[in-house]
Design a protein. Structure first.
Lengths: 89, 130
């Protein structure tokens, strides 16, 4: 199981469009993934699950991934967070 | 073969939800159409158009019909669509969380989608805990 701490750095936080990008980034991978924020762990592949975290700008989150393609999935998600979901310029 | 989604609602509701879902997801993973019934609409006269909308989203795997208000004219019209022959499941009280959740599971067969839609709509209700 791979665990990675990430920071929600974009201005609007994990809002609907950012969440959609996160879920779409994870969709091609077969592994199981969860996202934990503010003490709640949700299925990272579920758009409604992640939205209910209401993780705003500056919220630290933990990504946990388990499965054969876990490493690639973690890298993809980490890169997306790093790029601030391609939102802020 | 993928299930199609047909929204049957009062004016302004279905099209707005499809527009926002498209804006959020950019690519919709399933065919989605919105059919709106104006207040002056005659269900009898609208049935052919509604049926055409149903056919547009039907790929052979059936159609999930989402309505805004059970018992209202759009919902009653949707009930008639369900009897035309194409496999149809109807769920009412359509909201944006319901639509997003359904689109999150595009690989599911028609008979599993009503539960997904229902859960999405209900779990979307968050009472402000401030």
């Amino acid at each position: 199981m791979i665990e990675r701490e990430l920071l929600v750095a974009n201005k609007l936080g994990l809002h609907a469009r950012a969440t959609a990008k996160l879920v779409q980034a994870l969709a091609p991978y077969r592994c199981n993934a969860t996202l934990t924020a503010k003490g709640r762990e949700v299925n990272a592949k579920s758009i409604m699950g992640v939205m209910l975290l209401a993780a705003g700008h500056g919220t630290p989150v933990v990504l946990r991934v388990e499965g054969e393609d876990a490493a690639a999935a973690v890298d993809a998600v980490a890169a997306l967070f790093e790029r601030r979901f391609d939102e802020d310029s | 073969m993928a299930v199609g989604i047909l929204l049957v609602t009062h004016s302004g509701i279905g099209s707005a939800l499809v527009a926002v879902a498209s804006g959020l997801l950019r690519n919709l993973p399933l065919k989605v159409e919105a059919f709106e019934v104006p207040f002056a609409g005659d269900p009898e006269a609208l049935l052919p158009q509604a049926s055409a909308a149903l056919r547009k989203v039907d790929d052979g795997a059936g159609v999930l019909v989402l309505t805004d208000l059970y018992g209202a004219t759009p919902s009653n019209l949707a009930a008639r669509l369900a009897r035309l022959g194409t496999p149809v499941r109807r769920v009412s009280a359509l909201n944006l969380p319901m639509l997003l959740r359904v689109l999150n599971y595009p690989e599911l067969p028609l008979d599993e989608l009503p539960a997904v839609a229902t859960a999405g709509a209900r779990n979307g209700v968050v009472v402000d805990d401030a």
